[in-house]
Design a protein around this ligand. Structure first.
Ligand code: PMP
Length: 375
């Protein structure tokens, strides 16, 4: 099998699974309990917080463990909501766990602005500038798009925020960026940064939210007061410890270099076969994710046929309906007919050039076989 849907999820590292087992079966103590074995687990969790802060370049602030990025995004957005007349700004490219929070805020009567994307899939910076003002409470924008691999220019966004909405909070959904592309939350003055372990070979159902200043946040679930009261419920200790192991196994720069080679080689192989210019790519900056259009063929049909040949690709966000992919590609300016032809190919640093070149050949041949039938 050639697995090219790494943006949907990744396989857990063997060593992370070993750590998971250790903390599930041996060091299984509740970190909130009072005896020393439990205090030790509590101490270990704090070390993971520091590790995440290190990777994010955060000198201060807190890390709140959650049940994954959907929860982290909900906590950052719904937890920074305030009574009164505030405005909220989101990009049209956001994952449903952000986009649907925005829709909920709008239904609750808040003023919500959705900013379109430019042709490279990044937020339209001019439109963003036109919507920011001193009433802006929160700007929420993803670091890397899970649909297209577009990288938003966070420095530019932060500059606009400082100039036009100095009291606004900045939330970044970093799910497709953490452990892949470097980010310094201090130099970018990011208030909230979301991560999810299963996107970087950790376990599913565990993530975190970096928070610059917890006073700006309110809990959205109620319970026993774990995670300083911002996320009640016994922590997923085994998951958190396994997440730390996954982080420790990753070399961001080395992997970025290798995945860039994979991405370029894959594109080159497809282009070499595509004598009639039937294939198009959305030109974005993250080498990890590539949206590819196959003229005249439905992406979903192609994905299913590829499965029979043991090549797994995505058609947009796996954890949502296909509608979200449409919203994002539509905002970039693709026509409805064109959107349907897209698949998402996402790479992993453990893959080889031979593997992705082989996948390109299979994908092209499968496309041609379908094309011959439908044209
Ligand atoms: N944001 C982005 C950008 C994502 O790609 C995903 C996962 N598809 C999520 C949020 C949700 O992550 P989780 O599965 O951890 O809830």
């Amino acid at each position: 099998m050639i697995y090219l849907d790494n943006a949907a999820t990744t396989k857990m590292f063997e060593s992370s699974a070993d750590v998971y087992r250790e903390y599930a079966c041996c060091n299984f103590f509740n970190p909130s309990a009072g005896y020393s074995k439990a205090r030790e687990v509590f101490h270990q969790l704090n070390k993971v917080r520091n590790k995440i802060k290190d990777v994010l370049g955060a000198k201060g602030g807190d890390v709140i463990f959650t049940g994954g990025a959907t929860e982290s995004n909900n906590l950052a957005i719904m937890g920074s909501k305030r009574n009164g007349k505030w405005e909220y700004v989101f990009s049209m490219g956001e994952h449903p766990s952000v986009y649907n929070c925005a829709k909920e805020l709008s239904e609750q009567g808040h003023i919500v602005h959705f900013i379109s994307l430019n042709k490279n899939g990044e937020i339209d910076y001019n439109e963003l500038e036109s919507k920011l003002n001193e009433k802006t409470r929160l700007i929420s924008v993803m670091h890397v798009s899970n649909e297209t691999g577009a990288i938003n220019d966070l420095a530019k966004i932060n500059k606009l925020r400082k100039k036009l909405s100095p009291s606004a909070l900045l939330h970044v959904d970093g799910v497709q960026a953490f452990c892949k592309i470097k980010c310094n939350v201090d130099s970018l003055s990011i208030d909230f940064y979301t991560i999810s372990a299963h996107k970087f070979h950790g376990p599913k159902g565990v993530g975190a939210l970096y928070v610059r200043n917890v006073d700006k946040l309110k809990n959205i679930i109620y319970g026993g007061g774990q995670e300083k009261g911002y996320r009640s419920g016994t922590e997923n200790v085994a998951g958190i410890m396994a997440m730390q192991d996954a982080i420790n196994n990753i070399d961001i720069d080395k992997n970025f270099e290798h995945v860039t080679i994979l991405n370029e080689s894959f594109k080159k192989s497809l282009k070499a076969l595509d004598k009639n210019n039937q294939i198009s790519f959305i030109d974005t900056k993250s080498p990890y994710i590539l949206s590819v259009g196959f003229s005249g063929v439905n992406g979903e049909t192609l994905m299913r046929s590829l499965e029979d040949k043991e090549v797994l690709v995505g058609i947009g966000s796996a954890c949502s309906t296909k509608k979200s992919g449409n919203r994002i590609l539509e905002s970039i300016g693709l026509k409805k007919e064109e959107i349907k032809t897209h698949i998402r190919v996402s790479f992993d640093f453990e893959q080889t050039v031979e593997e992705v070149d082989e996948a390109a050949k299979i994908i092209y041949q499968t496309y041609q076989d379908i094309w011959e039938k439908v044209k």
